[in-house]
Design a protein around this ligand. Structure first.
Ligand SMILES: C[C@](O)(CO)[C@H](O)COP(=O)(O)OP(=O)(O)OC[C@H]1O[C@@H](n2ccc(N)nc2=O)[C@H](O)[C@@H]1O
Ligand SMILES: Nc1ncnc2c1ncn2[C@@H]1O[C@H](COP(=O)(O)OP(=O)(O)OP(=O)(O)O)[C@@H](O)[C@H]1O
Length: 284
């Protein structure tokens, strides 16, 4: 039997860091939502006790370092599954972009293998397993729109933001999430974004207020080392985006636009800057 799962990318509409924790992670408060840019996973049961990953993308690990491999291994061990699986990853989300591509693949593998092996694992348990693989994985298990707290695993689902276009531009640099959090001095953050303002804007479907409420405390840290992120953000706003911000730890910058008539102009303008540009919708 073959089954398929879509693994959409996420953006952080808001990312605040409250403090550094004793375990080395940071206590965060984030508003996350999914966009219509997704990897596709094909999963096929194998009679042998083995996990095989393949992908058309030449630049991701296909061994134990792959997050989909780790998801399959975890579920096999915890649920004592004797058969194996072949997972093909059709990668469309840019890698190490701040869009949770690997995390979403892991979450899709957890959902898919739960079906393939008829394990009936409840969603909450899939999220707990996901938290063992990465801080963004529990959100990716369910998707939608949510406030994420703790290190990202405490989730409060909320209604979706007002629909709009999302234009993404990723400069050709590799940014390590660990390095960016490591360079952040949580005690000296000058301006924290307001989660309350963001939630109010989303609840009231006020697109302009939502753009105003966007904020990401990791942005300054990444920009200090990669000034091209600021250039892309400024370029997006100059070209007419209603709001623009870095997603996650970067380096991808996303711009939000409500009017379709503006999309082509922003997209084409950014293509002059970098190769990796996408124009997609929010996932409803
Ligand atoms: C930047 C975000 O993507 C925003 O959604 C997440 O906060 C990070 O999610 P992620 O990539 O799934 O993160 P993980 O794989 O769990 O952690 C990578 C590294 O980021 C740092 N990290 C991550 C999450 C968190 N709340 N505090 C941290 O300090 C840790 O140094 C960790 O070693
Ligand atoms: N299935 C996968 N897809 C992409 N990268 C993967 C995968 N499995 C492991 N990796 C590794 O994870 C690293 C981070 O890639 P990923 O695309 O998940 O980053 P990201 O979008 O910045 O994640 P996040 O937003 O959660 O911090 C890459 O360097 C890559 O080698």
């Amino acid at each position: 039997m073959k089954i398929y799962e879509k693994a959409p990318a996420k953006i952080n509409l808001l990312l605040d860091v409250l403090r550094k924790r004793d375990d080395g992670y940071h206590e965060v408060e984030m508003v996350m939502t999914m966009i219509d840019l997704a990897d596709r996973l094909e999963m096929q049961e194998l009679p042998r006790d083995t996990i095989i990953i393949s992908s058309q993308a030449g630049y991701i690990p296909l061994d134990e370092k792959n997050l989909a491999f780790q998801a399959a291994k975890l579920i096999k061990e915890r649920y004592d599954v004797r058969s194996g699986v072949y997972i093909h990853l059709d990668k469309r989300i840019p890698v190490a972009a701040g869009l949770a591509g690997g995390s979403s693949d892991a979450a899709a593998a957890l959902r898919g293998l739960n079906r393939l092996w008829r394990l009936n694992i409840p969603t909450g348990e899939l999220q707990r397993l996901g938290a063992e693989l990465g801080s963004d994985v529990p959100f990716c298990v369910t998707g939608g729109t949510a406030v994420a707290r703790g290190r990202g695993e405490k989730l409060e689902p909320i209604e979706g933001p007002p629909q709009c276009w999302v234009i993404l531009a990723k400069p050709p640099i590799h940014v390590s999430t660990q390095e960016i959090y490591g360079r952040l001095n949580a005690a000296s953050i000058e301006r924290h974004p307001s989660t309350a303002d963001m939630l109010h804007a989303i609840r009231e479907k006020r697109f302009g207020d939502m753009c105003q409420a966007m904020g990401n405390v990791l942005e300054d840290v990444t920009i200090r080392h990669y000034p091209e992120v600021r250039q892309i953000k400024e370029c997006m706003l100059r070209l007419g985006a209603d709001g623009a911000m870095m997603s996650g730890s970067g380096p991808t910058v996303f711009g939000l636009v409500q009017k379709q008539s503006k999309v082509a102009r922003i997209y084409n303008g950014l293509r002059g800057f970098c190769k990796d540009v996408y124009a997609v919708r929010l996932l409803p």
